[in-house]
Write a protein of this length. Structure first.
Length: 268
């Protein structure tokens, strides 16, 4: 497909059907960071109310840096993937200390921060600073697979990147990527172009998974005023194997989310 025809089709759709989210009404780098971390593997409908509450509670990156991790994790409940909250908190502390509370504009510097990978760094550059940057996430990938790889399977992101780079709007990359994401979201309502991707993995069931158990452990610990014994913890999760619970508790501790002292465990 001709590049200009493709761009017009995407932008025409956006002009008519573009979605309105609170993080699209701001250019504040911190707000964009919070939204991007929350949106990782989490439905937009669950993110919107949490995003608003989070920014009301921690309106600046410095206020987040000064918060207790337990309070941040408590507010994060309901979003899942709690490690994201820990890494966001770590980033806030590092940015406050190293950059005087201002997120850097350089993509390489952004990627050096805890929990910020290539996509999130690119998203901050694009949505906060309107910098032209090549980036990919599930909805963006869907659009390019749909238009440029119709009859192909196991497509590498390396091949997709070539088309993203070729078609990116250098004048208004912010609008362009919002348009791509909205078009990709629309495509997924009638199918999932991402199954053509070499990197596609079908998400396993959450209930009863190790991730589910880690979330339950953290929820119990957040509700406890004082550290509790491992025995007491396993009794709270009696429907799960004891060794499995302790294994996930160890993982949470390795991730810096929990701590153990004299046989009792609590939120770090």
């Amino acid at each position: 497909m001709n590049t200009r025809v493709f761009q017009k089709k995407i932008l025409d759709y956006y002009a008519t059907h573009g979605r309105r989210f609170p993080w699209r009404n701001t250019r504040k780098p911190y707000n964009i960071l919070v939204s991007e971390i929350m949106l990782q593997q989490t439905q937009v409908s669950r993110v919107v109310p949490k995003y608003k509450l989070f920014l009301k509670t921690y309106p600046t990156i410095i206020s987040l840096a000064q918060a207790e991790l337990k309070d941040v994790l408590t507010l994060w409940q309901g979003l899942g993937y709690n490690r994201r909250a820990k890494l966001l908190h770590d980033t806030a502390k590092l940015v406050t200390k190293k950059y005087s509370g201002k997120l850097p504009r350089d993509r390489t510097e952004l990627e050096s921060l805890p929990g910020i990978g290539a996509y999130t760094a690119g998203a901050i550059c694009v949505f906060a600073y309107n910098q032209s940057s090549v980036m990919i996430e599930t909805n963006i990938r869907s659009v390019f697979l749909h238009f440029f790889f119709k009859n192909k399977e196991s497509v590498s992101d390396t091949d997709v990147f070539k088309f993203i780079q070729k078609t990116v709007d250098t004048d208004n990359p912010r609008q362009w990527y919002y348009a791509l994401m909205d078009y990709g979201s629309m495509l997924k309502k009638t199918g999932n172009p991402n199954i053509k991707s070499k990197h596609y993995l079908r998400q396993s069931s959450f209930k009863g998974s190790d991730r589910h158990i880690r979330g339950l452990i953290l929820r119990i610990l957040l509700q406890c005023k004082d550290p509790i014994t491992k025995t007491a913890l396993t009794k709270e999760l009696i429907e799960y194997d004891k060794e499995r619970i302790l294994s996930q508790l160890t993982l949470l501790q390795n991730e810096g989310l929990t701590k153990s002292l004299r046989g009792r465990v609590s939120v770090a």
